[in-house]
Design a protein around this ligand. Structure first.
Ligand SMILES: C[S@@+](CC[C@H](N)C(=O)[O-])C[C@H]1O[C@@H](n2cnc3c(N)ncnc32)[C@H](O)[C@@H]1O
Length: 279
């Protein structure tokens, strides 16, 4: 497991982000639904199967899986951030085949070969030790079991967050999107994903891409969503002066112009890798 103080800092950030994720949940779920659905398809879930979702956040993907495995199956939705899990419990109340569990992906408190599939949407590339997490994933999967995961492609494919990153990086408000991980674009290259899966002992790793669309009613809605969804970004913005913030938003207003619609709303494309591999 990564050192305790690093894990604690990470959990603190995600705990702070839980209310924001809850505010954005409907819109994010709508935009990202094709990815949840593809991850569940790639895992080849069948009624009665046991599924574990890692870094589940508010559980969009695990909920699709729960419908697929049905009342005789089970899904454990897990995350390292207790506040995220509180929100998740509100959302899953009454679902008989769902359990919510606090888990670090790098150290799973699960029996060996206990589940048929592991799902992880936009989690592994953020982890302090993705290799440990993949090894743990393989350990808890039964023979023939599958892991399916999503990891964003390059920032230029994802202007809803990525195209603006240079302005933020220039001000030291966010790291350069091409730096080494962990961060949201660290697994943009499919070869990195295949290497990570092969390195953890999985077989038949393959990667494809899924496109999606992110809609925001206005620049302000988009800005609020950035603050809500990214704990790092919100922390940096809280540190700058009102003047610096005004200067930044003016620059970003210009940068997002290519995605502005006639009614003033913003429509951004998004793209992610999705991968699957077997034990
Ligand atoms: C980008 S969000 C993705 C949430 C969700 N999977 C989705 O697609 O909507 C990343 C999630 O990973 C969780 N997380 C971060 N580090 C983790 C770790 N080491 N183990 C488990 N969860 C972790 C965070 O708390 C957060 O909920």
């Amino acid at each position: 497991m990564p050192p305790h103080d690093q894990r604690a800092a990470l959990v603190k950030g995600w705990n702070r982000a839980a209310d924001g994720w809850a505010r954005q949940q409907l819109a994010f779920d709508r935009a990202a639904a094709p990815v949840a659905s593809r991850l569940v398809d790639l895992a080849e879930l069948e009624p009665g199967m046991k599924v574990l979702e890692l870094a589940s956040g508010l559980g969009d993907t695990g909920l699709v899986a729960a419908a697929k495995v049905g009342p005789n199956g089970s899904v454990v939705l897990s995350d390292a951030a207790p506040k995220m899990l509180e929100r998740l419990r509100d959302r899953t109340k009454g679902a008989g085949n769902i359990e919510v569990k606090e888990l670090f992906a790098e150290g799973l408190r699960f029996d060996t070969a206990a589940v048929d599939a592991v799902l992880c949407r936009w989690g592994y590339m953020l982890l302090l030790d993705p290799h440990a997490a993949l090894q743990e994933t393989r350990r808890v999967l039964a023979p023939g079991g599958r892991v399916s995961l999503a990891a964003w492609t390059v920032h230029t494919d994802n202007p809803w967050t990525g195209a603006t990153l240079q302005a933020l990086a220039d001000r030291g408000l966010q790291g350069d999107p091409t730096r080494p991980g962990p961060h949201m674009f660290a697994w943009a290259d499919p070869a990195t994903i295949v290497e990570a899966l092969d390195g953890a002992g999985f077989f038949d790793a393959r990667v494809e891409q899924v496109d999606m669309t992110f809609d925001f009613g206005s620049f302000d809605d988009w800005w609020d969503a950035r603050l809500d969804l990214s704990p790092d970004f919100a922390a940096r913005i809280a540190e700058i002066s009102p003047e610096e913030r005004d200067e930044l938003t003016e620059e970003l207003e210009r940068e997002v112009e290519p995605w502005r619609q006639a009614d003033g709303s913003l429509r951004f494309p998004g793209r992610t890798n999705v991968a699957v591999a077997e034990v």
